[in-house]
Design a protein around this ligand. Structure first.
Ligand SMILES: O=C(O)CCC(=O)C(=O)O
Ligand SMILES: [Fe+2]
Length: 299
């Protein structure tokens, strides 16, 4: 691909708007995911998606739990693949997912959609559009600028308060909100990646709005395993521990059906917290963030 693009993609990234040939027409894979199914693909290339019921009892050993208040076993996660006949040599460590179903009501979802629509989106990579409420960061040069940051948006304040009431998030202090919009018509997706861990702390907290999707976790060292975590509409997902630091995550183009908005909140790393070498800057960022008087920072 050469010349200027009509979308936000750069380099090797692509979406439906900028691709000459559309290799993403494989169609949705979302159908295989339901509320009580652990979806584990043993061979990523063969679409060999097996519901948990089809594994023998002993292979359903999960080492990650969904918080009891989060409702039925849905959104976790993993099992000990060493006992699985498909691939006896793999032992995977996948932990760190918490899912809270129905974190917002349908009416609240509609209100959030309206509030978000009131702010301008900018084109981002791979067909996504985004709105950022956070400091401007140059991750390569490790520079953080607070100049244009005016805080998290007012419509997110009730979400923050609700998070604080949850045992897993009682000490969660977000300093950034990134709203990502994915539209099927744009082939929107996000390629496998690890989130930054210099500025951002352990917990990545995402509220999923408008449609169901799937977060796919992969390890570069074990290419034939995927862990597929359902992202149900109106649920909140927390990604931490090995799921955050060892596994890459992605949203496959086939897992975007219609339109989806992901509201991702991020907390500060240890370096930016009290006692860390950049603790003072962290205090300032947090103070700004929690004014809840922010408008989006254009990038
Ligand atoms: O859309 C999502 O749920 C994931 C977004 C993501 O991974 C990111 O913004 O880094
Ligand atoms: Fe991410």
């Amino acid at each position: 691909m050469s010349g200027p693009r009509v979308c936000g993609c750069k380099g090797i990234r692509s979406c439906r708007l900028c691709m000459a040939t559309n290799a993403q027409e494989a169609g949705p894979r979302l159908g295989g995911v339901s509320r009580d199914v652990l979806s584990c693909i043993h061979n990523a290339s063969s679409e060999d998606e097996l519901p948990v019921e089809s594994f023998p009892e002993e292979s359903q050993q999960l080492n990650t739990s969904v918080h009891p208040e989060a409702g039925p076993r849905l959104g976790w996660v993993s099992r000990d693949v060493s006992s699985c006949s498909h691939n006896a040599s793999h032992k995977i460590d996948f932990e760190g997912i918490v899912i809270i179903e129905d974190f917002v009501s349908e009416a609240e979802e509609a209100d959030l959609d309206r509030a978000i629509a009131g702010t301008h989106f900018v084109n981002s990579q791979s067909g996504r559009r985004k709105q950022d409420f956070g400091p401007k960061v140059n991750f390569k040069k490790q520079k953080v600028r607070t100049a244009n940051f005016t805080g998290l948006p007012s419509y997110s304040q009730f979400l923050y308060q609700r998070m604080k009431a949850h045992p897993h998030l009682s000490d969660f202090e977000p300093v950034e909100l990134c709203n990502l919009e994915y539209c099927q018509s744009r082939g929107a997706h996000i390629d496998p990646h690890l989130d930054d861990d210099w500025l951002w702390g352990e917990r990545l907290v995402t509220l999923n709005l408008l449609s169901d999707s799937v977060l796919t976790f992969t390890l570069d060292s074990v290419p034939d395993i995927e862990v597929r975590v359902p992202l149900l509409r109106r649920s909140l997902i927390v990604v931490a521990a090995a799921a955050r630091y060892s596994w890459k995550h992605s949203i496959l183009p086939g897992d975007v059906v219609g339109r989806r908005i992901a509201m991702t909140f991020r907390e500060l790393s240890k370096e930016f917290r009290s006692g860390g070498s950049r603790g003072q800057q962290g205090v300032e960022l947090l103070k700004l963030a929690l004014t809840f008087s922010g408008s989006a920072v254009s990038s």
